[in-house]
Design a protein around this ligand. Structure first.
Ligand code: ADP
Length: 701
């Protein structure tokens, strides 16, 4: 670009110079032409003057000389006038008064040949003619270039026009130039007659020579002679900037170049700054995007002017939904709106927030609330003026969750400690109760022996029917006392985490054992018991006493839940007891993990599912979350241990306890127990236990 402009500038200057030179050259040519025509005009006028002399004068040498002298005074270019006869002999003559007679020194005869040439030409064309120029040296070492004009004097005669003589005018070429065109010459012009080879014959004009010469040649062809007129004009070298316009354009181009250079430099500097700025911006953006702290700026009117991606992610709103928003912000929970408005008003009034920040609750776009820690600071601009507020936000829900978890763990630890105490108490109690229970059993047996006939019959004091009834009652007392002993022993084992031997049990047996106790309570609470049990259920591998207690416990909870007089008075109270078998698909069957039980566990075939359902109010969410927490109860006389123990019994067996609550319709508790391959079971199916009623420490409420 720069090179192009420079080339353009040079070309412009060169063209301007060329143009200037052409102009001058044309001018010189024109001047030369004008000079030639001036000379030609003057020469012909001179010829006419001579002709006039011939026409007006009366022949007579004296008179002619006087007239010639007059003419010579007027025409300085003439050196001499002669009147010659047809043989070219001089009849009269007159010399210019402005010069010494030119031909005096060498004699006029010397020039006779030139005169003859001119007159020959003149007589040929019967009109004025010129002879070739010749050099006449003068006395002072200088010389003159002289040219002869011969005018034939014609007279009419009967034989035609006759030449009666000639007038000869000797021209000084130098004077011709001086007199005829000298006045138009300027100071730095030189006018000359030259020969064909360039030799100068006569020169006028200044020689104020300068560097550049412009030359023009013009031919002056006269009858009989042809001269070359040369006009030379000197000019100072056309200046580098030949005229104002070129100078102006050049100056503009130079200015343009300078501006371009400055612009390029400025552009480079600007690009560099832009690059640095882009780097800084990219760094800032990367920093903002990787921050986990939410950032928000507000102006002094409380409008949000900036939010970073972390903040948007935190509240779940897009930047567009937040920017420009003032109070109430879309992430303010409606229930805190008033409080937050007040807080913002305080902030906008210019009160600085606490430096350590404050906690608050925000609402996500989906409506969920979460706690945040807000640290606010005034936003100060480069001039030191406050333009708003800058806030940093930390989502502290995780922190809160950890705190809650720690608190729950703490509570569970306390509960466990209490549970341990209860365990101790239970084992103490069971130890203490074992003695009286054993005594009750042996007294019952003793009493039965006493009632044995014939002793009783012999006495005849007792009615035999009565004795029969007493015997049954006593047998049951003995059985239940033994059962109570077993329960106490199993509780003791459970508390001490001692593994109890397990055995294969048929599920109907489990239900049969608890049924008398369940029916007793069901009758009292007007609950209908509905059992659902397929015929060919495989036996279970379990600790029978404990599983019975689980069933009993769940059935009691269900019945107690339905005992809500007000809301459920009209509703039918149904306790559902169901057992179902879910075999595992054959490829999924695997030998159960060997555990520390006395008998190695056989291969797992499937799961026995027990379901205890009620038509009670269901379980509220608040209750459901703490259901298995020891000592949690909603009953005035409850202990809150029942479900916790049930779950630990089921899990100890490798099963799971879960519930399904339909608010207002009822609850179903379900637990599973593993079923193992029959071939591996010890054939130790116990006989059916007679129905009986034992209240154990396991049953709550
Ligand atoms: P307790 O019976 O001594 O209260 P549990 O651990 O057996 O202790 O039960 C804990 C709580 O679970 C009960 O207080 C009761 O609120 C609730 N609950 C248990 N079973 C049911 C049920 N079938 N329907 C409704 N609530 C139940």
């Amino acid at each position: 670009m720069l090179a192009l402009l420079s080339a353009l500038l040079v070309l412009l200057v060169w063209l301007a110079r060329r143009f200037d030179a052409d102009q001058i050259q044309t001018q010189v040519e024109r001047d030369a032409q004008a000079a030639v025509s001036d000379i030609r005009l003057a020469l012909s006028r001179n010829a006419q003057t001579l002709q006039a002399l011939h026409n007006s004068e009366q022949p007579g040498a004296t008179a002619w000389t006087a007239s010639a002298a007059r003419l010579l005074r007027e025409q300085r270019e003439w050196l001499r006038l002669e009147w010659r006869n047809p043989q070219l002999q001089t009849l009269a003559q007159a010399d210019s008064p402005y010069q010494l007679p030119v031909f005096q020194r060498l004699g006029r005869a010397n020039t006779q040949a030139d005169v003859a040439l001119a007159c020959a030409a003149a007589s040929r064309r019967t009109g004025p003619a010129y002879g070739p120029s010749y050099y006449v040296p003068l006395a002072d070492g200088m010389g003159l270039e002289v040219m002869e004009l011969c005018l034939p004097l014609l007279v009419a005669s009967p034989k035609g026009t006759q030449i009666s003589g000639y007038y000869i005018a000797s021209y000084s070429l130098r004077q011709v130039l001086t007199e005829m065109v000298g006045k138009q010459l300027t100071r730095n012009q030189e006018l000359s007659f030259t020969e064909a080879d360039g030799a100068r014959l006569a020169v006028i004009g200044s020689l104020e020579r300068q560097s550049n010469a412009f030359t023009a040649r013009q031919l002056l062809d006269l009858p009989g002679n042809t001269l070359v007129l040369r006009l030379q004009s000197w000019r100072g070298a056309p200046s580098l900037f030949p005229n104002v316009l070129t100078a102006l354009v050049s100056a503009l181009v130079v200015a343009l170049l300078a501006v371009l250079v400055l612009l390029a430099r400025d552009m480079r500097r600007r690009l560099k700054v832009e690059h640095e700025l882009a780097d800084a911006l990219a760094f800032r953006k990367a920093m903002e995007d990787s921050l986990v702290t939410g950032l928000r700026a507000r102006d002094l009117q409380g409008r949000i002017t900036y939010v970073n991606p972390a903040f948007c992610q935190m509240v779940g709103f897009a930047p567009d939904e937040l920017l420009g928003h003032s109070a109430p912000a879309p992430y303010w929970p409606p229930e805190f709106m008033g409080e937050y408005q007040q807080r913002q008003a305080v902030r906008l009034a210019g009160h600085a927030p606490p430096r350590e920040g404050h906690e608050s609750v925000f609402m996500r776009k989906d409506g969920s609330r979460f706690p945040v820690l807000i640290i606010e600071a005034p936003l100060i601009n480069a001039l030191g003026k406050q333009t708003g507020w800058m806030s940093a936000f930390l989502d502290i829900s995780e922190q809160r969750r950890m705190e809650d978890l720690a608190r729950a763990t703490q509570e569970r630890l306390q509960a466990t400690a209490r549970l341990a105490t209860v365990g101790e108490m239970a084992s103490l109690l069971s130890h203490e109760l074992n003695q009286p229970l054993a005594s009750i059993a042996s007294y019952a047996h003793g009493a039965m022996n006493v009632l044995q006939p014939p002793a009783l019959l012999a006495s005849a004091a007792v009615d035999p029917d009565m004795s029969e009834a007493l015997q049954v009652a006593l047998r049951r007392i003995a059985q239940q006392a033994e059962r109570a002993g077993k329960v106490i022993a199993s509780v003791q084992d459970l508390v001490r985490r001692r593994e109890r031997p397990r055995a294969a049990v048929a599920p109907p047996d489990l239900l049969a054992t608890i049924m008398p106790l369940v029916s007793l309570q069901a009758r009292k609470l007007r609950v209908r018991v509905q059992t659902d049990m397929p015929a060919d259920l495989p036996p279970l591998w379990c600790d029978r006493t404990l599983v019975e207690q689980v069933l009993l416990n769940l059935a009691r909870n269900a019945m107690q839940a339905m005992d809500e007089p007000a809301a459920y008075a009209s509703r039918e109270r149904v306790l559902g007891l169901a057992v179902a078998y879910q075999p595992l698909p054959s490829q999924a069957r695997r030998p159960a993990q060997a555990n520390s039980s006395a008998v190695a566990a056989p291969a797992l075939l499937g799961w026995m599912v027990f379901a205890v359902s009620d038509t009670g109010p269901g379980i509220a969410d608040a209750v459901a979350s703490q259901l298995y927490t020891p000592f949690f109860t909603t009953k005035s006389e409850g202990m809150g241990l029942g479900l916790a123990l049930c779950r630990s019994v089921v899990e100890q067996h490798g099963g799971a306890l879960e519930f399904d609550s339909r608010p207002g319709l009822g609850t179903t508790f379900r637990f599973t127990l593993p079923v193992h391959a029959a071939g591996h079971l010890p054939i130790d199916l116990p006989a059916q236990l007679p129905p009986g009623a034992v209240n154990s420490v396991l049953t709550s409420g």
